[in-house]
Design a binder for this molecule. Structure first.
Ligand code: HEM
Length: 307
């Protein structure tokens, strides 16, 4: 993430390429990454073969049953596809798919949860309101599940407001014009790199009332699980190259954040507010990682002690 997020002078001044050693660093990193991912593939391949053989021997099971035993993870699914189309779903293609999902899907979701939690610690009234909603919808005898998320509009509003104020893809991903075009009166020649300053749009006072105020209420009444509002709210980008992980991200962030609120009492470590400065990096991390105090909620203790 560090290497891919950095601006490199040698991308613009070709002659500097061999001085910085950046190419070499990236190649070495790729080799280590490929070795690690290939290890995962082999591990799954062995396990699938053993599980399928054991299942067939023990129960004489049919193809459908075999599939349900061996299709437990994404790598299993990709290896299953490899059996039907080995040329397209090569190990290299599987390594690429895992790498892109890890790179695009983990830091982004984790950073969004960290920003949301930081905002909640600085706004305890919002945290209490979110807890009240969860208590009303989810009995203390069970943990919140994915199917509860659509029934928690306030929690969804908190996530939308977090993504508005702290979009972890503040400039989206660089796009390139495939044809000459005119944008806002500017001539954009074919092949130009185009960056969209989503952070500026999300925080523009001409578009949003008091944009630097954390007010999840502004999204109340909106369909849950949707974080898109024309072109003024687009934390996942827009169009053909928008984030394909949006649905997964909204479920994961909702489930984790909701469960943390459901199960624990949260407090700031001191009197002072959590520092909300933005750090440098590809997925807009907090400048100072969040530290907070938490303890299990007494009502949830019987349930938590059984986990
Ligand atoms: C809160 C979490 C996330 C946010 C805010 C987010 C945001 C974004 C943004 C802004 C883009 C660029 C869109 C554009 O340039 O128009 C993008 C691309 C992408 N995202 Fe996400 N993302 C998140 C989670 C995920 C997850 C969980 C996955 C998959 C497991 C994922 C996979 C991808 C991929 C593969 C792309 C590149 C798509 C392409 O170039 O066609 N993202 N994401």
């Amino acid at each position: 993430m560090k290497l891919s997020g950095a601006s490199n002078v040698e991308d613009f001044v070709g002659g500097l390429r061999w001085v910085s050693g950046m190419d070499g660093k990236l190649v070495r990193l790729r080799e280590r990454r490929d070795e690690f991912l290939q290890g995962l593939i082999e591990e799954h391949r062995d396990r699938r073969n053993t599980a399928a053989a054991a299942a067939a021997a023990a129960y004489n099971c049919n193809d459908e049953e075999k599939k349900s035993i061996t299709n437990r993870t994404l790598i299993d699914v990709l290896l299953g596809l490899q059996e039907t189309d080995p040329e397209y779903h090569s190990d290299q293609m599987i390594r690429g798919t895992i790498a892109v999902l890890l790179a695009a899907g983990t830091d982004t979701s984790a950073a969004t949860m960290e920003w949301a939690m930081s905002l909640l610690l600085n706004h305890p009234n919002v945290l209490h309101k979110a807890r009240a909603e969860i208590e009303f919808r989810v009995p203390p005898s069970r943990l919140l599940t994915e199917s509860d998320i659509p029934n928690l509009p306030y929690l969804n509003s908190i996530i939308a407001e977090t993504l508005r104020m702290y979009p972890v893809g503040p400039l989206l991903v660089p796009h390139e014009s495939s044809q000459d075009c005119t944008l806002g009166g500017y001539h954009v020649p074919r092949g130009t790199m185009l960056l969209v300053n989503m952070w500026a749009i999300h925080n523009d006072p001409r578009v949003w009332d008091q944009p630097r105020e954390f007010r999840p209420e502004r999204f109340q009444g909106q369909e849950t699980g949707v974080v898109r509002d024309g072109f003024k709210l687009m934390p996942f980008g827009s169009g053909r190259r928008s984030c394909p992980g949006e649905g997964l991200a909204m479920r994961v962030v909702g489930l984790v954040l909701g469960t943390l609120i459901q199960c624990f009492e949260w407090e700031r470590v001191g009197e002072e507010l959590v520092d909300m400065s933005e750090g440098a990096g590809l997925t807009m991390p907090k400048a100072r990682p969040l530290e907070a105090k938490c303890r299990p909620r007494s009502e949830l203790l019987p349930l938590l002690s059984q986990l």
